[in-house]
Design a protein around this ligand. Structure first.
Ligand code: PRP
Length: 222
């Protein structure tokens, strides 16, 4: 049952978690001990603040929990925000963490040197079918998207698709799987996101959190 007086803060598991937790600690939010226990199966945690609980969920699910009001506030990547495109979300702050880019890549063995703009139809494996379709539509190309949830880099060399659209941080995963980047779609970072209804119904608590994160982020940038 959701305690209506509580603020639920959604944190993304995975590669952004460490940076997100650092920002949270610097903003004086301290999770209960279980949060850092590796073997804990708990998904919801108390904090040093009585009216603030944390949930730890898959990064791609943070926008959904917040948009539907299951969480009031969270940290999400611009890739997932654009893909899901929920009107219920307000994005008050770029946290400047989780910096990466969304790119188109293909096998480094691919013989065809043609640019995507010269094709009329292309098969693409991706976690981001909506972004991908829109991006290629603008170029007059019909993208047939095969939705995968991970290990996208295997797809071209196993004949599943000609290209992939995925995030790249260091470029190691592309390289290790015989792929090359051919085009950047957009730069990405992670942002603070807020449910618009929560902002109206709990303005004081939510604005206090936004202000604390803003001070932390601006303090780092100074
Ligand atoms: C992401 C992405 C790439 C990889 C890129 O996957 O989908 O596979 O990171 O990072 P790199 O350029 O530094 O190698 P992630 O590790 O988040 O796992 P996932 O495939 O399970 O989503």
């Amino acid at each position: 049952m959701k305690d209506l007086d509580k603020i639920i803060f959604a944190l993304p598991k995975g590669r952004i978690l460490k940076q997100a937790v650092e920002l949270m600690l610097e903003s004086d939010i301290k999770p209960e001990e279980d949060f850092s226990k590796q073997h804990s199966r708990k998904l919801r945690f108390l904090t040093n603040e009585q009216d603030l609980d944390l949930i730890r969920i898959r990064s791609a699910d943070v926008p959904t929990f917040v948009a539907f009001g299951a969480a009031d506030i969270g940290i999400a990547g611009q890739d997932d925000l654009l893909e899901l495109d929920y009107p219920e979300l307000y994005v008050p702050l770029d946290l400047n963490i989780g910096i990466c880019r969304l790119v188109i890549a293909r096998s480094d063995q691919a013989k065809s040197k043609e640019k995507s703009s010269s094709l009329s139809h292309i098969k693409i494996a991706t976690k981001y079918p909506n972004i991908t379709k829109k991006y290629f539509e603008k170029k007059g190309v019909q993208a047939e998207c095969i939705k995968l949830n991970g290990a996208i880099e295997l797809a071209p060399n196993l004949g599943l698709c000609e290209r992939i659209v995925d995030i790249v941080e260091t470029g190691e995963t592309l390289k290790a799987n015989g792929l090359v980047e051919i085009e950047k779609i957009m730069d990405i970072s992670s942002c603070l996101i807020v449910n618009r209804t929560s902002l109206k119904t709990k303005p004081e608590k939510i604005n206090k959190l936004i202000n604390r994160f803003t001070e932390t982020v601006h303090g780092k940038a100074a």
